[in-house]
Design a protein. Structure first.
Lengths: 131, 93
């Protein structure tokens, strides 16, 4: 454990706050991924993990190394920038793949009214049987 | 006092990230559809990157930063490739 003792108080307080916030948010996002019922709800869970949770922990790391080494250490900005650029791309690609896979073979698409996650019947006979 | 609190906060954040990785692992194993598994894998590499950052803070070393950056890069490429595979059935057309 080197550097923990020499850390100034202001940096220690910021790092503690960011670590607790980031850890809690990462856990909440992963719990959402595990617990929510459908895929289209589950994709909202990791969104806060990769933005707010990762951002808080990266800020904690930046403040910690800047204070511990008495010089500006902002390597983590690279990771932050990369994650902020790629998170929307990844989530959009997965969503498009999921919608494409769900709609494949269902010509009518999704039913608009009521349960939006229920899939439309293929033929009029199926629709009549469903009613 | 503050040093103890800082050590405790680092332990708490590490524990939270490990528990989050376990949640992702559950979703990766039981996920009913393929896109669920891809999403769980995406969250899993993000949590692994954060865990390596936490280890770097814990040991006070800047070496871990490069590993975290590499994991971020390869994780993005692998998730894009998997999403492309789910959509088109092949990665490079």
């Amino acid at each position: 454990m080197n550097g923990l003792e020499t850390l100034p108080a202001w940096a220690a307080i910021i790092v503690i706050g960011m670590l607790v916030l980031g850890g809690a948010i990462v856990l909440i996002g992963a719990l959402g991924l595990m617990r929510l019922p459908t895929f289209y709800q589950r994709i909202h869970g990791p969104a806060i993990t990769v933005t707010l949770g990762a951002g808080a922990i990266l800020i904690a790391s930046m403040v910690y190394f800047t204070a511990a080494q008495s010089r500006l250490v902002v390597h983590e900005l690279l990771i932050t920038l990369f994650i902020m650029m790629t998170a929307p791309v990844v989530s959009m690609l997965i969503m498009r793949a999921a919608v494409y896979r769900d709609l494949r073979g269902h010509k009518g698409g999704f039913v608009g009214e009521g349960d939006v996650y229920r899939q439309a019947p293929d033929t009029p006979e199926d629709a009549a049987a469903e009613k | 006092m503050l040093t103890d609190l800082l050590s405790l906060a680092m332990g708490f954040a590490t524990l939270c990230i490990v528990l989050a990785m376990l949640c992702c692992l559950v979703r990766l194993l039981v996920g009913p559809s393929a896109q669920d598994r891809v999403l769980a894998l995406d969250t899993l590499w993000m949590c692994a990157m954060l865990l390596i950052l936490m280890l770097g803070m814990r040991f006070g070393s800047l070496i871990y930063f490069e590993a975290a950056l590499l994991i971020a890069l390869t994780g993005f490429v692998s998730t894009v490739a998997l999403a492309k595979f789910l959509m088109r059935g092949e990665v490079i057309e």
